[in-house]
Design a protein around this ligand. Structure first.
Ligand code: PLP
Length: 216
């Protein structure tokens, strides 16, 4: 199957769920093939890698999905429509600051460390409401969604993590006063996107099922 065919068939399969084509390590020609097939959002893990490819890409929405270091915030705010990997209060403040300098309102998702794994980035579930309240006080950052990378586990365990994300997502949507509108739940990758959709994902992030295995 070609990249073109893979994108077509995944788009057909996932219906109204949004697709982020994960394009880390993928060259611009292949990325453009995915866009021609109907992909509208690409996801990159590293600011520098995206910077090297950006001039060659067809128009599309760009999301940052990898951990963002302080030194790269300025460029991330310049390049990305959405930063999905917001994982600390410090980063929230830095994004707001850099976005203000560009008179931009930066759209972000908050990354949840749903498996409480020490080696993974992200907020604890319990921290999310206060982070959203904090962002609400700032002028140049807006939280649109939640993102998670669950622990690598059995399909049934994975399902319990996705279900906890959905419960958190729905609880936040109940609080829909105050202009707080959390619309997107970004979860599910090549191995588990079907389970994620069954559990309420609004957006899946798929790389290897489209572009083949990554060669680092
Ligand atoms: C690489 C990556 C993906 C895609 O993973 P695949 O298994 O190739 O589909 C999704 N989300 C994040 C955050 C990633 O880094």
């Amino acid at each position: 199957m070609t990249v073109y065919e893979n994108v077509k068939s995944i788009l057909m399969e996932i219906g109204t769920t949004k697709l982020v084509c994960v394009t880390k390590t993928v060259d611009p020609a292949k990325i453009n093939e995915s866009i021609r097939a109907g992909a509208t959002i690409i996801g990159e893990s590293r600011v520098k890698e995206y910077e090297d490819k950006r001039d060659e890409l067809l128009p599309c929405e760009k999301h940052l999905i990898g951990h963002l270091q302080s030194g790269k915030v300025k460029k991330a705010v310049e390049f990305f429509d959405v930063i999905q990997s917001v994982d600390s209060l410090k980063l929230i403040k830095e994004i707001d600051e850099k976005a203000r300098a560009r008179t931009k309102v930066q759209q972000v998702f908050l990354q949840v460390n749903i498996g409480s794994e020490p080696q993974k980035f992200g907020f604890a579930e319990s921290e999310i409401p206060q982070m959203i309240a904090h962002i609400h006080e700032l002028g140049n950052i807006h939280v649109q969604g939640l993102m998670c990378i669950p622990p690598f586990d059995t399909p049934e365990e994975t399902r319990t993590y996705f279900r906890r994300m959905k419960n958190l997502f729905h609880a936040l949507q109940q609080k829909n006063h105050d202009n707080i509108d959390i619309q997107e739940l970004s979860m599910g990758m090549s191995n588990d996107y079907r389970i994620a959709i069954e559990e309420g994902a609004t957006m899946v992030r798929i790389g290897s099922s489209i572009f083949g295995d990554r060669k680092y």
